[in-house]
Design a binder for this molecule. Structure first.
Ligand SMILES: [Zn+2]
Length: 211
């Protein structure tokens, strides 16, 4: 099914075809990338090819939390100075990477590998709850922070998770959402704004501003 550029030599056309199957890359960008690769030294391209071909074999998921890992346990689970009593529950391994960019979270994570979605046949048995059950049952976890997405399914997953562990010793919380830092209220959609209001947190201050 090589059709983007008629007359293009087959090896090049195949590369263009494969690259243009990646998200955000159209046929023109794929051709630019392909020609760029062709102009690079052979060794450099070989290195890239080796990285690509070894990707699946060298990457796996942490047996404890479900994040990306090259070993049985990920570097986050293995870091002794992190607080294992606070666990942030997310949908995908990439969410861990995004949250870690903030560099402020001292706790651990748990990746569900999806979210509840009856339409897609995604029930709780398909998600990584068994491992979380074990972690909660161990009694180490004092707080579960639900950081599933602000979608209908993400909300359903958060509610399900909160209910599942409601009788455990772990306190369950939900990340605050809604008004982004510096965000003007007028640019928010009504759903986001309603949620921001609905999920307001109690303002704690030592000063009594209103007397
Ligand atoms: Zn881990």
């Amino acid at each position: 099914m090589i059709h983007h550029f008629p007359g293009m030599p087959l090896p090049l056309a195949q590369l263009v075809e494969q690259l243009s199957g990646l998200p955000g890359i159209g046929p023109k960008t794929a051709m630019r990338l392909s020609l760029n690769l062709l102009s690079k030294p052979v060794d450099e391209v070989k290195q890239l090819a080796e990285t690509l071909s070894g990707l699946h074999a060298s990457m796996g998921f942490c047996a404890r939390c479900g994040s990306f890992s090259e070993q049985q346990h990920c570097t986050i689970c293995d870091q002794v100075r992190r607080d294992s009593s606070v666990v942030c529950v997310v949908e995908q391994p990439v969410d861990v990477l995004m949250l870690e960019r903030g560099q402020g979270f001292p706790g651990h994570y748990h990746v569900l590998h999806g979210r509840l979605s009856p339409i897609d046949g995604m029930g709780s048995e398909q998600l990584n709850f068994a491992a979380l059950d074990k972690r909660v049952a161990s009694g180490v976890i004092k707080e579960l922070i639900l950081a599933t997405s602000a979608t209908v399914d993400g909300e359903a997953t958060a509610h399900f998770t909160a209910r599942r562990y409601s009788t455990s010793d772990a306190k369950v919380s939900r990340i605050a959402r809604g008004v982004p830092e510096g965000g003007e209220l007028e640019y928010l959609d009504e759903y986001t704004l309603a949620r921001a209001l609905d999920q307001r947190v109690v303002w704690t201050t030592s000063e009594k501003l209103l007397g």
